[in-house]
Design a protein around this ligand. Structure first.
Ligand code: DSN
Length: 511
């Protein structure tokens, strides 16, 4: 190798050393590491990693991707353009990209045990929101009607969310949406109500999907309602796709749905991406023997490209393929099972500590804690939890009137399970949550005593200021109540950090 380079130098640049030749190129930075090129960003990335190591991650939609998934994600395929589909590209040089995309499709179908004659999959949508939008674009059409679980009741933004005053999501702006609801007492989806509304609204498509709902969905019931209105059933299994892959749901959404969308980065533990599965082949054989075929494949693929996207993210497709392979084995099944064991253990411990869990329990990776009885808002709860090193999201509970002031917190176990936390650890986590919320109540009481008001209200700004920095040190040392609360936050923060740092974190060592 060295000899060849030397001959090349003598032939073309006899007066330069090889080092000179390199330094004469346009850009000498192209093979330098991030450490050499951009310490500022590297430092921030390391801070993200340090936080991940030392905190307890209970955001239900998050997870930690494996090292192999992350390696594929940062691979050279990222720079390739590949408009079109395998064997039908607008650009030359995509032969290998075709292989990656086809392999990803094959693995997606195999993982969910789908017959390639009956199901197809589009693997190039960028993420969950565009995946759902692509389906509506393909199958519902402009101003066609869709129905999804209301956001305030645990549905997703892209399932048609709008308020009384504003069509917030593009899925309600370009399509006509009507929500279905949960029962305000039980917290369970009111299927009878959905059936009645569907009869009146006559949607073209109904979405069976959740972002904050802790129970299995009744897919057979969704199917029956869709059939009664000749509607398409689309399952958005983004939150539970890892549980479906790991065989941890009683009924797979594929059995009853026409379309299944999913993100790939939640319980499935892949990179940020999405998949759109669609039925294909024979839909029905008519009385006269004529075969009616599904027409989803062409419509969906055309909606994705060229309808909504140009090039694909080929590194992501490669990385999704790795995640799908890693989800197709016994280890992943054990992982998926443990997610639910952990979720139930966390739920039980919180219930034993006196907390009210919406629906009375959980079937999946999510639990929704109703904080109304302890008079602490979801916003204040996530603030104090964040301060002591527990990340989770605020969420509305049955009875809440506004999305802006939710009375609950949503907890999820995919990420902590990827860190090898077990049911016994969930007891410790529940006790940390309890201690933090108790501190939150104490802070609220203290602030209220200091500034009494007829509404008995402490605003989030004052609460956060107390948690983060105020009062100042001099004030603290003169007020024993403040000292107890501040010391409590500090000690709990140390405990959480020591606990969390003891668990492994998937991915690269420091990155
Ligand atoms: N917003 C995400 C979640 O947390 O569930 C889904 O897009």
């Amino acid at each position: 190798m060295h000899e060849i380079r030397e001959r090349f130098r003598l032939l073309h640049y006899p007066t330069l050393t090889f080092g000179d030749m390199k330094s004469n190129s346009y850009d000498n930075n192209l093979n330098k590491s991030l450490e050499e090129v951009d310490v500022e960003i590297l430092q921030l990335i390391r801070e993200v990693k340090d936080t991940q190591k030392s905190e307890i991650e209970l955001i239900a939609s998050e997870n930690f991707a494996s090292k192999a998934v992350l390696e594929a994600l940062s691979c050279c395929a990222h720079g390739k353009y590949s408009e079109g589909y395998p064997h039908s590209r607008d650009y030359g040089g995509d032969e290998v990209i075709d292989k990656i995309e086809l392999l990803c499709q094959k693995r997606a179908l195999e993982l969910y045990e789908l017959d390639p004659n009956k199901w197809g999959v589009n693997v190039k949508v960028y993420s969950g929101s565009p995946a759902n939008f692509a389906v509506y674009t393909a199958l519902v059409g402009p101003h066609g009607r869709i129905m999804g679980l209301d956001l305030i009741d645990g549905g997703h933004l892209t399932h048609g969310f709008m308020t009384e005053k504003k069509r917030v999501s593009a899925s309600s702006l370009f399509f006509e949406s009507m929500p279905y609801k949960i029962d305000p007492i039980t917290g369970l989806i009111n299927y009878d109500d959905l059936e009645r509304s569907a009869k009146l609204f006559k949607p073209k498509l109904i979405i069976a999907g959740i972002t904050c709902y802790s129970r299995h969905l009744d897919y057979p019931r969704f199917r029956a309602i869709c059939d009664s209105q000749d509607a398409i059933l689309m399952a958005d299994m983004s939150h539970v796709s890892g549980l479906v892959a790991g065989g941890q749901v009683p009924i797979s959404p594929f059995i009853f749905s026409d379309i299944v969308t999913t993100t790939t980065h939640k319980s499935l533990r892949g990179p940020r991406g999405a998949l759109v599965f669609y039925r294909k082949g024979i839909k029905n054989i008519k009385a006269n023997g004529e075969k009616e075929l599904y027409d989803y494949e062409k419509l969906i693929n055309e909606a994705v490209f060229p309808g909504l996207q140009s090039g694909s993210h080929n590194n992501v497709i490669a990385s999704v393929a790795v995640a799908l392979k890693m989800a197709h084995n016994e280890e992943f099944k054990r992982y998926a099972k443990q997610i639910i064991v952990n979720s139930r253990a966390l739920c039980k411990e919180l219930q034993d500590l006196g907390y009210h869990i919406v629906t009375g329990g959980t079937d999946n990776h999510i639990l929704l804690v109703n904080l109304t009885p302890i008079h602490l808002t979801g916003s204040k709860a996530i603030k104090i939890l964040e301060k002591i090193g527990i990340a989770c999201s605020k969420y509305t509970v049955p009875g809440d009137k506004s999305l802006l002031s939710p009375s609950g917190i949503r907890l999820g176990t995919p990420a902590v399970t990827s860190r090898d936390m077990r049911d016994a650890d969930m007891k410790t986590v529940a006790r940390f949550i309890h201690s933090a919320l108790t501190l939150g109540i104490g802070i609220q009481k203290y602030l209220l005593n200091k500034n009494p008001n007829p509404e008995n209200l402490v605003n989030l700004k004052d609460f956060s200021a107390f948690v983060d920095n105020e009062p100042k040190n001099e004030e603290i040392s003169h007020d024993s109540k403040i000292m107890v609360l501040k010391k409590g936050i500090e000690n709990l923060g140390h405990e959480v950090k020591t606990f969390a740092s003891g668990f492994p974190l998937p991915g690269f060592e420091n990155f």
